[in-house]
Design a protein around this ligand. Structure first.
Ligand code: IMP
Length: 180
């Protein structure tokens, strides 16, 4: 595949994970979820905004009966995560006794997912698992189990396929890595 570069704000990004690989990895996740959630009717909670492409491609491939709802957390301001627990917005479903699968774009330090899990567990779901498109294992600062990871990456800032850099880059169909 021909490498491409894109300039977003003050930074240059170069193609890193092409759409074909993303879809191949999502296919594997969908098969795992189908196997693990047969007869459980999971409720997927997609964390906006970054997860929208991942959610769309994943759920087209999940075939167990399921529900999907969208939640939002306080937005990420720059290239570095802050340590604060972000407020959960938009949880309209009663998740008590439900098998919940949180759909995330990327787990970096894990602050976001850790805080979200704490808030969700207060509602007594039957189970909660995390499915993420990307994960940066080197950056993880919490003891959390992320059961479904489409692709692990090193500690590089990435954009595309739903992920942004200060608002831009979400619409790119491939994932790009920062070069300068
Ligand atoms: P965490 O709380 O440090 O795990 O960060 C999670 C959130 O930070 C994600 O949902 C993204 O919105 C954002 N984030 C972390 N790393 C990146 C990146 O490389 N590109 C774009 N957004 C990122």
């Amino acid at each position: 595949m021909e490498p491409r570069t894109v300039k977003i704000h003050d930074c240059e990004f170069s193609t890193y994970i092409f759409e074909e690989e993303i879809i191949a990895r999502i296919n594997i996740l969908a098969e795992q979820i189908d196997e693990d959630y047969a007869d459980k009717q999971p409720l997927f909670l997609a964390v906006l905004n970054g997860s929208f492409m991942f959610v769309s491609d994943l759920l087209k491939r999940v075939s167990v009966p399921c529900e999907i709802s969208f939640i939002r957390l306080k937005s990420y301001q720059d290239m570095h995560s802050t340590g604060k627990v972000k407020e959960l917005l938009g949880l309209t479903e009663d998740i008590r006794g439900r098998h919940v699968v949180v759909l995330e774009d990327i787990v970096d330090t894990g602050h976001t997912v850790h805080g979200l899990l704490q808030q969700l567990k207060e509602h007594n779901p039957a189970s909660v698992e995390i499915a993420t498109l990307l994960m940066k294992p080197e950056c993880l600062q919490h003891q959390i189990e992320v059961k479904y990871v489409a692709r692990s990456i090193p500690n590089d800032f990435v954009v595309g396929y739903g992920l942004d850099y200060n608002g831009l880059g979400r619409n790119l169909r491939d994932i790009y890595k920062i070069v300068s």
